[in-house]
Design a protein around this ligand. Structure first.
Ligand code: FAD
Length: 537
């Protein structure tokens, strides 16, 4: 017999299957010897009150062995003789596009500028060790895209549950833990992601698709407003419709599109800093307990949002028990981001703390001056103006960081008091920190709003505004500074037939899951372009 229950348990009552059996047996008056197994269907932590609860939906197999799989399997076809589709970029957008093309009977040819996910690791380690950023192999470029050496948080604001479930199930089929189907805030972890990504690549190749690493698309071949294919740095030409999933750090792609008259438009972004606290402190605040999270709870999360002087100030990509990482994609830049391993076991918790910037804000004199001061053109009317602003800020940060990957940093209260930090706390950022007056050199448009935001967050969350926390500059790659404009129905570029702008770089996604969903949608749009019928997921 199968029975399902909604439960509210203490963390220690839900820590293992055995503990849960005993709890459910007691709660529901069941003989636990009859419970063959328990499957958790949904799990979330309720930390709003002093006593923390785990809310669960469980399925009990009473005197019965489970026969159903924990995830829904997707059938992939053999496509070696099918029409080919070029997928540029092997991030989540490109990989999910390629897998969905296979499902629909089309043959993906994936072209990726970076290295395979394992070899990429060496280049990533070199950034911290030697302060060298390989412009083709870094936290943004390489197999798995920006999603590979990331946190692997898989929650999204997407309302279409079916689409989200499909992405999570495909991850499980390729080796992710089925807990991602259960947790309210699913998370894979940077230690587990590379294997999952390799398995996805193997599915593509086993089905007859191709994956080309260290192959950069240098130009699109367009004739009479129709795509013919792409040309690469290896001298190869690949022909077919193109799914362009190159991510938000491929600035050469934006420049190429702009200079060749392929329509793009400026988009708002958010920029700021990474804020790092000792994880113990965040656990104490969020779990209302001076002993922190104890033995049974995960590292605590937080989320803040407010409006300051007409612009949003908010926490972004929070990484409990994680690390701050050097995420530049080229020389003469400092860009920071965050990631965490699956156990979220580090001594620190960090998040991006960012201020919203709209294209019209670049008309603002001080932002304009910052660009000019750093030698970036005064091009506030250009569609690339937001990208130039990102570049200017990243270059300023590199100068402040002693022209290495050491990042400029300031204690949190010092920042709000406009005071240089005398010393800095220990940090997870492995290239090292340099004490720097962020309040002084960051544009006041951003620094003042961040400062006011921190003061508000400190009031709502006692202990959050503290000099034990450190701001690390700068967080600029929160989303794409450009939209590659496509038609809402056909998902083709508005003037170039057969070109499908996809994922975060095109301005249609933000995060791993939404890029994956957009990849699937683009694959379906290509199938429709070939006149194939598209079964719903
Ligand atoms: P990308 O992942 O950027 O992939 C684009 C790919 O295209 C890259 O592999 C690049 O090498 C390739 N490419 C670029 N130009 C070319 C070219 N000319 N020719 C060939 N290939 C090219 N999101 C979350 O949802 N959860 C998280 O926990 C999370 N943590 C993050 C942590 C870090 C450190 C970083 C950097 C990002 C994180 N993100 C996270 C964001 C997430 O990774 C991105 O939103 C997502 O990867 C976007 O997917 P995409 O496929 O659109 O683009």
């Amino acid at each position: 017999m199968i029975q399902e229950f909604q439960l509210r348990a203490l963390p220690e009552q839900a820590i293992s299957e055995q503990a849960l059996k005993q709890f459910i047996g007691r709660e529901k008056g069941l003989d636990i010897r009859t419970i063959h197994s328990i499957r958790v269907l949904k799990r979330s932590i309720d930390a709003r009150q002093r006593t923390i609860y785990v809310n669960l939906k469980v399925r009990l197999y009473i005197n019965e062995i489970p026969h159903d799989e924990e995830f829904v399997r997707t059938e992939y076809r053999k496509v070696e003789n099918s029409p080919q589709v070029i997928v540029v970029g092997a991030g989540p957008g490109g990989l999910f596009a390629a897998l969905r093309l296979i499902e629909l009977g089309l043959r993906p040819i994936v072209v990726e500028r970076g290295k395979n996910v394992r070899d990429r690791k060496t280049d990533i380690a070199r950034i911290s060790r030697e302060h060298k950023v390989d412009p083709e192999s870094n936290y943004s470029f390489g197999e798995g895209g920006a999603g590979a050496y990331s946190d692997g948080k898989l929650y999204t604001r997407s309302k279409k549950r079916g689409n989200v479930d499909k992405i999570l199930n495909v991850f499980c089929q390729h080796g992710a833990s089925s807990s991602i189907l259960v947790d309210a805030h699913p998370h894979i972890g940077t230690d587990k992601l590379p294997r999952v990504i390799e398995n996805m690549r193997n599915t593509i190749i086993d089905c007859g698709g191709e994956v080309h690493f260290e192959t950069r698309m240098d130009s699109l071949i367009i004739e009479k407003e129709r795509i013919i294919g792409i040309e690469t740095n290896t001298g190869k030409i690949f022909k077919g419709p193109v799914i362009l999933a190159t991510g938000h750090s491929a600035r050469d792609v934006y420049r190429w599109l702009h200079s060749h008259g392929v329509q793009i438009e400026t988009k708002g972004i958010a920029v700021g800093v990474r804020l790092e606290h000792p994880s113990m402190l965040i656990d104490q605040i969020q779990y209302h307990n001076r002993n922190g999270r104890g033995k049974y709870l995960p590292a605590a999360e937080y989320s803040f949002v407010t409006q300051v002087d007409g612009r949003g100030v908010y926490s972004f990509c929070m990484c409990p028990g994680g690390f701050v990482v050097p995420a530049a994609s080229g020389p003469h830049q400092i860009v920071v981001n965050g990631m965490s391993p699956s156990n979220r076991g580090s001594k620190w918790s960090n998040s991006g703390m960012v201020v919203e910037i709209r294209p019209e804000d670049l008309q603002n004199d001080e932002l304009r001056m910052k660009n000019e001061e750093l030698g970036f053109a005064d091009d506030t009317d250009s569609v690339l103006s937001m990208m130039h602003f990102q570049e200017a800020l990243e270059a300023a940060c590199w100068q402040q960081g002693n022209m290495r990957q050491t990042a400029p940093a300031q204690r949190m209260v010092d920042f709000t008091r406009k005071k240089l930090s005398y010393d800095l706390p220990e940090s997870s950022y492995s290239p090292g920190l340099v004490s720097s007056p962020l309040h002084f050199w960051m544009p006041p448009f951003i620094a003042n709003r961040l400062s006011k935001g921190f003061q508000q967050f400190g009031k709502t969350s006692h202990g959050f505004l503290t000099n034990d926390a450190v701001l690390i500059g700068v967080e600029t790659r929160t989303s794409s500074p450009v939209r590659i404009v496509r038609d809402n129905e056909t998902l083709q570029h508005i003037t170039v037939q057969g070109l499908f702008p996809c994922g975060e770089g095109a301005g249609y996604a933000g995060g791993i899951v939404s890029a994956g969903i957009d990849g699937e949608r683009c694959a379906e749009a290509v199938a429709a372009y070939f006149g194939l019928s598209v079964p719903q997921n």
